[in-house]
Design a binder for this molecule. Structure first.
Ligand SMILES: [Zn+2]
Length: 74
């Protein structure tokens, strides 16, 4: 099992997110369930974090830059 953790990108202004765990999606498709989504929260001062889906698969969440920030006025 050398699978790398899944990486999910969230927008620069996002505080909460919903993602699909790829590992669970694989498992769910085999078992016929559809419970591969999970929700998480990434505080605004954090650039990223590692979360676990409900089955414990690690998922790396990265905040993507690009959106206008109030602190970076042109
Ligand atoms: Zn999972």
């Amino acid at each position: 099992m050398s699978r790398l953790p899944q990486v999910v990108a969230v927008s620069a202004s996002a505080v909460s997110f919903t993602a699909v765990c790829a590992a669970c999606a694989d498992r769910d498709s085999a078992e016929g369930y559809s419970g591969s989504t999970f929700a998480g929260r990434l505080d605004p001062d954090l650039d990223g974090g590692t979360f676990l889906c409900r089955r414990g698969h690690p998922i790396r969440v990265e905040r993507v830059a690009g959106s206008a920030s109030a602190e970076v006025a042109a």
